[in-house]
Design a protein around this ligand. Structure first.
Ligand SMILES: *[C@@H]1O[C@H](CO)[C@@H](O)[C@H](O)[C@H]1NC(C)=O
Length: 204
């Protein structure tokens, strides 16, 4: 009896302090991807299936807007496991973080709607991979949302990672026009914030 109470207590503490399902789904994505055929081409479009569940809904009864980014995390984790990027990065002692992301919502995803996230590396520079993730409805193939992500590498670089995985140098493909605009927006914004900081420093 005491054991049951202790286990229940421990679970209660765990579930109230941590977003447990996030970690469970992340782990499941990695394990599932591990048993899938490896992806050898870095420019492959990767597909990750999912569905809108009642927990994803907001007061408008469609998928909650932050839920999209959460699903993107699982899709990228699956992708990076299947193309061995995650393991290679780990072996090289690097880490990765999301440096920026932007998302466009084009059409709502409704309850029980099956969709697929198509993830693709569009290109890279000295610091980051630029990744596109599309939410494609399985009902009619419409792109319901599209997300762009700047995947920064820390203590490593895309060139180093690619050389380690493929034993050769690879040029980044030419980035699409819209992504180039997004990248200039990011550096403009970075300059604004830096200038602001210098101004406050000078006033101090
Ligand atoms: C929307 O999704 C986020 C991320 O999963 C969650 O933290 C939040 O509670 C959700 N909001 C609603 C209204 O469901």
């Amino acid at each position: 009896m005491l054991q049951v109470v202790l286990v229940e207590g421990a679970l209660l503490v765990l579930f109230s302090c941590l977003e447990v399902w996030y970690f469970v789904r992340g782990a499941l994505a990695v394990v599932h991807a591990w048993f899938q055929p490896k992806i050898w081409d870095i420019l492959t479009v990767h597909s990750f299936g999912s569905m809108v569940l009642p927990r994803d809904l907001d007061q408008m009864c469609h998928m909650n807007n932050s839920r999209y980014l959460r699903e993107c995390d699982f899709a990228r984790l699956h992708f990076y496991t299947q193309n061995r990027l995650l393991l290679a990065l780990f072996q090289l002692g690097g880490r990765m973080v999301v440096g920026a992301s932007t998302i466009r919502y084009r059409r709502s995803l409704a309850i029980w709607e099956p969709f697929e996230i198509q993830t693709k590396i569009l290109g890279w520079d000295e610091k980051a991979f630029y990744v596109e993730q599309r939410f494609v409805s399985k009902r009619d193939g419409f792109v319901s949302a599209v997300m762009f992500c700047k995947q920064n590498l820390l203590d490593c670089s895309p060139d180093k990672l690619i050389a380690f995985l493929w034993k050769r140098r690879m040029e980044s493909p030419e980035l699409p026009e819209d992504v180039k605009h997004w990248i200039s927006f990011l550096s403009a914004n970075s300059q604004t914030l830096r200038a602001e900081r210098q101004l406050t420093r000078r006033q101090e």
